[in-house]
Design a binder for this molecule. Structure first.
Ligand SMILES: C[S@@+](CC[C@H](N)C(=O)[O-])C[C@H]1O[C@@H](n2cnc3c(N)ncnc32)[C@H](O)[C@@H]1O
Length: 281
């Protein structure tokens, strides 16, 4: 008897629908899919740096690669250049992001599949030589548990290599917004430290490298507009956006911040994590 591998859509049918927070987030990213590239400075730079570190892994020809949260395809485009002959599966929870990624990579990659999928609830029954994601894992509900689960989807010597946002990020934004009061806390995201990430893996087998990246905006309002452009305004508690009254108060506060400053710089503390299955240091 020949056993047929189930298709991705067969496997997806068996999964529960994503949480309300995730659906709101996916809608926000979908709305931003066309404007994303115009404001995603840190994302583009980080994807290129992650691809460079992946190039150094010397994965063999024909490597099976899964990307989670591919967005419009910055990492895909960079990986296409450094992993010739790899078989890519690009996934994202937002259908419009997948569409943009498909357009960006058309003609660049011969061997690529695309699927709308929640990276925390993967509809997959195969293993990979590389599982990667650039600035997408910070959107997970349970990042630590998910990292462990992803490691379980690696082939024998497979590698999990990702970039995510670390605890020391956005301190300028935090101090501008925190003076507004408790109801604004939900728009100040919390991120893990390198030690938090490493704790998901026993025996220091996840290596984490940190790098700070700053972007200077003309004003704090411009930074907020940039977040809107990339679709990153879903709060961690699940509301998609602030009420109009809250937004007005926030903009007033940002104007005060802008009045005393020449521009507004925002620092991201990027954590680059790498884990090789079967390797314990
Ligand atoms: C900030 S963007 C980064 C996109 C891309 N990796 C880049 O570097 O430009 C975050 C992406 O992760 C996706 N995402 C968020 N949570 C996800 C999840 N649970 N599963 C799959 N994709 C997710 C979003 O839809 C969005 O496209």
């Amino acid at each position: 008897m020949t056993l047929r591998r189930k298709s991705i859509s067969d496997l997806q049918d068996a999964l529960p629908s994503p949480s309300g927070r995730k659906q709101a987030m996916a809608r926000n990213f979908s709305r931003a899919a066309l404007s994303y590239d115009s404001a995603a400075y840190i994302q583009k730079e980080t994807a290129q740096e992650l691809a460079q570190s992946i190039a150094e892994l010397s994965l063999g020809a024909g490597a099976e690669v899964l990307e989670i949260g591919c967005g419009t395809g910055f990492l895909g485009a960079a990986l296409a250049a450094v992993l010739p002959g790899a078989n890519f599966l690009f996934t994202d929870i937002s259908p419009n992001m997948i569409h943009q990624c498909r357009l960006k990579l058309a003609g660049v990659l011969d061997q690529a599949q695309f699927a709308v999928m929640d990276g925390e609830n993967l509809a997959l029954d195969r293993r990979f030589d590389l599982i990667t994601g650039s600035l997408s894992f910070q959107w997970f509900d349970n990042p630590m548990e998910t990292l462990e689960r992803l490691a379980g989807l690696l082939k024998g010597q497979g590698v999990l290599a990702f970039a995510t946002i670390g605890v020391d990020s956005l301190h300028e934004w935090r101090s501008a917004v925190s003076s507004l009061g408790a109801e604004y806390e939900s728009i100040i995201p919390t991120f893990p430290s390198a030690a938090d990430l490493a704790s998901a893996f026993p025996d220091s087998s996840l290596v984490v490298r940190e790098k700070s990246k700053s972007v200077r905006y003309d004003s704090a309002r411009d930074f907020l507009d940039g977040l809107k452009c990339i679709g990153a305004l879903t709060t961690q508690s699940g509301e998609a956006i602030l009420s109009s009254g809250q937004l007005r108060a926030l903009l007033r506060r940002l104007d005060e911040v802008d009045a005393g400053n020449d521009g507004f710089s925002v620092t991201h503390n990027i954590l680059f994590g790498q884990y090789r299955r079967g390797e314990i240091s």
